[in-house]
Design a protein around this ligand. Structure first.
Ligand code: FRU
Length: 489
């Protein structure tokens, strides 16, 4: 408890040192310092809880704590005290990612203890699985017999080091735990463990194995039912590039298959993987279900290995979460939609209908924190789209190239920070393209054709780059365009 008080004191004393320029207004960030993966996402006792990988002392990755926030509606978050502080023998150098589960009204957190074993921190480490529990969902007690799964329980065919990110779920009378791992030969894989009481765990089998195309190591696994199928999500390190996608060094992917829980095997086509998000900044998604029966997902809206302006420029914070998304299964593919609660925060409606364009046209509204919904139709134009966060020499271009059936998110002129383009194949539906775009100071999330594809990315334009234009090369029509400021007070 003292340790938690010390961290809290540090955060409260330093919060005024945050530079707010790029802070987002309706996405969750850390209160101070660095964050990465979402952890322990759960609906528990009338609140959504979201924990996250957190270094509260600095805007760089470091000794991982679990930060903690709660929300009634997944939009407005309140910070709670830090939930886990590293430093015990079984989590000496970090409380790495994990998940939460409710049992008998108590909240249980499962997380990976990271422990350095020598001077080379990139190689000399081990990982074990730990448990912490709470009666109030605020203060957590680490289990006295941690770790609940140690090195000795790592099976033969698995890496002895990369063994992390427990995702726990219940099926029948058993609890199951997935762990991210690899086979020691450069292929990601998922291990499955089983328990009755959440304390004693037994290895079941290797639930899923990747191949040479699907990354060298799998992190942050998740597995859930959707309709009558199961979905396996993994964050794949060093996944190979495929045409038009997988440009990021690491990417989060999904497989749809069928879980044979008695044998502990997930039956799936390893080559049938899909990207969850086709943008620049999306990693380590975690899902949960809620009392409305929804399957909800949140991810870290940043990427390893990319430059982070708020870190480099001394803003004393780095990292943000995506907007929570609902996952649906439609014709064998996942669709991702922004949670409907966000619509409660719409203000200042701006509307356009039946606008013919041929060239570029500024529209009569602007902003850096809004939702924009637009439908293009019947365009003969070879290319059409939108330019957002426009200002002197700055713009972020969202375009559609008709003859290549490509949607492109271009941040080459977005401002400071990392650049590049992301492209994805999208077919027009009845000659229409529908976009829902969420802009929040230093982020853009684009939901294409009702969530068939999603692209997320961070951008760092100057404050004055707030204009919006629509454009086409050739004749094109906009059926409607709605824009609302998103205001969370
Ligand atoms: C994924 C990850 C996890 C690990 C955590 C450490 O982004 O590498 O595998 O638990 O970050 O912060």
């Amino acid at each position: 408890m003292k340790k938690i008080k010390d961290v809290e004191k540090y955060i409260q004393e330093n919060k005024s040192r945050l530079n707010l320029q790029y802070r987002l207004k309706y996405h969750l960030m850390g209160e101070y310092g660095w964050i990465n993966d979402p952890n322990g996402f759960i609906y528990y006792k009338d609140n959504y809880h979201l924990f996250y990988q957190h270094n509260p002392y600095d805007a760089v990755w470091g000794p991982m704590h679990w930060g903690h926030a709660i929300s009634k509606d997944l939009v407005k978050w309140n910070y709670l005290p830090i939930a886990l502080v590293p430093g015990d023998d079984f989590d000496k150098d970090g409380c790495f990612s994990g998940s939460a589960i409710e049992k008998d009204n108590m909240l249980y957190l499962f997380y990976t203890g990271h422990i350095y074993t020598g001077p080379d921190r990139s190689k000399d480490y081990k990982q074990v699985q730990n448990l912490a529990y709470s009666k109030d969902g605020i203060y957590f007690i680490k289990y006295s017999k941690n770790p609940v799964i140690g090195e000795k329980q790592i099976p033969e065919e698995a890496s002895k080091k990369d063994f992390r990110d427990p995702k726990v779920f219940k099926k029948g009378q058993y609890h199951y735990m997935l762990l991210g791992s690899n086979d020691g030969k450069g292929h990601g894989q998922i291990l499955l463990y089983k328990s009755i009481d959440l304390k004693k765990w037994n290895f079941v089998d290797i639930l899923a194995r990747g191949n040479e195309k699907t990354g060298k190591n799998w992190e942050c696994p998740d597995l859930f039912d959707l309709e009558d199928r199961q979905v396996l999500m993994v964050s794949a390190e060093y996944i190979k590039t495929r045409e038009n996608d997988f440009y990021s060094t690491h990417s989060s992917i999904y497989f749809i298959g069928d879980l044979d829980i008695d044998r502990g095997i997930f039956n799936f086509d390893v080559d049938g993987y899909q990207l969850i998000d086709y943008g620049f900044d999306f990693y380590a998604p975690q899902t949960t279900n809620d009392k409305l029966g929804r399957r909800l997902m949140v991810a870290w809206m940043d990427m390893w290995g990319e430059s982070k302006p708020t870190q480099e420029r001394g803003h004393n914070w780095a990292g943000a979460m995506t907007l929570p998304r609902e996952i649906l299964l439609v014709n064998g593919k996942l669709y991702f939609r922004p949670i409907k609660e966000i619509e409660n925060y719409r203000k200042n409606h701006y509307k356009l209908v039946n606008l013919e364009i041929d060239g570029e046209k500024n529209i009569n509204t602007y902003g850096d924190c809004y939702e924009l919904e637009v439908e293009f139709e019947g365009c003969k134009a070879e290319e059409f789209g939108l330019k957002i966060r426009k200002g002197d020499n700055e713009e972020t271009i969202l375009s559609y190239k008709r003859y290549e059936s490509l949607f492109i998110f271009d941040r080459n002129k977005s401002g400071i920070g990392p650049k590049g383009q992301r492209k994805i194949n999208v077919d027009l539906k009845n000659n229409k393209l529908k976009l829902r775009i969420f802009v929040d100071v230093s982020s853009v999330e684009i939901f294409i054709n009702d969530g068939e594809k999603v692209m997320s990315g961070r951008i760092y334009p100057s404050k004055d780059s707030v204009n919006i234009s629509v454009y086409s090369k050739g004749k094109c029509k906009i059926n409607y365009l709605n824009k609302w400021d998103i205001v969370v007070d």
